[in-house]
Design a protein around this ligand. Structure first.
Ligand code: SF4
Ligand code: SF4
Length: 234
């Protein structure tokens, strides 16, 4: 006997908000300082030859990650992901649609890494990696939190987060890293903690925490600083 199947009740579809082109064009994080960039092994700032270096890095990533090339080739612009990004829903800026975010890199990929893009750039939406395009990357790839919500809705499984990661890696490699991630990592490397607290300030903070824990719980808990822990025996 066939199983009884009940179709769920139809729900009203949420509507995509109206577009506000350029709404977030002026919103971008501060660039990391040259010292912090250099501490991570990146150039301190954009050098005159940043463009060939950025394209070389892009070629390196395309060779290393087959998925990146597939994602840049496979999109059919169906729009299923367009209204799935909370950054687009919250800002209404069309360049925050996942597909448009990918296209910022896809257009450059087509120009430099595909035959149609080399021969007929205008026909396939191919663009040079100009300073203006790089600035657009900086603005809109830094408005993607790499949450991957959009990829759940893509029929091809295209992962915008991976495209964003590649764009950020390329920008880092030419000296356009952003302050709020690169400076924190550099502080961990140079000073030993993500806040960049000098040793005495960190010791004072930990002592205060020990006192707070004692006051709240009555327990003597130590937060050791720069003390070797027990050696692992396996
Ligand atoms: S859902 Fe996938 S194929 Fe459709 S536009 Fe978005 S990324 Fe492209
Ligand atoms: S991965 Fe980026 S583009 Fe996709 S939904 Fe998350 S923030 Fe938006």
């Amino acid at each position: 006997m066939a199983a009884e199947i009940k179709a769920p009740a139809l729900r009203p579809l949420p509507l995509a908000p109206p577009l506000l082109p350029g709404a977030m064009a002026g919103s971008r994080p501060y660039v990391a300082s040259d010292k912090m960039q250099q501490a991570l092994g990146f150039p301190g700032e954009l050098a005159p030859d940043w463009q060939p270096k950025a394209l070389a890095k892009m070629g390196e990533l395309l060779g290393r990650y087959r998925s990146l090339r597939v994602f840049l080739d496979a999109c059919v612009h169906c729009g299923a992901c367009a209204d799935k990004c909370h950054y687009f829903l919250g800002t209404q800026d069309p360049l925050n649609m996942p597909v448009a975010r990918q296209d910022l890199m896809r257009s450059v990929y087509r120009r430099h890494f595909t035959l149609p893009g080399k021969l007929f750039p205008r026909l396939v939406g191919a663009r040079e990696l100009t300073r203006e395009v790089l600035d657009q990357w900086y603005t809109y790839y830094n408005q993607c939190s790499e949450c991957r919500r959009c990829s759940v809705f893509c029929p091809y499984g295209i992962d915008t987060a991976e495209v964003t990661m590649a764009a950020k890696e390329i920008m880092d490699s030419v000296g356009l890293g952003q302050k709020y991630s690169n400076e924190i990592i550099a502080k961990v490397h140079r000073i030993g903690n993500n806040l960049g607290l000098p040793g005495p300030a960190l010791a004072d903070t930990l002592q205060g925490l020990e006192e707070d824990v004692k006051e709240e719980t009555g327990a003597d808990v130590r937060f050791p600083l720069d003390e070797a822990g027990p050696r692992c025996c396996w």
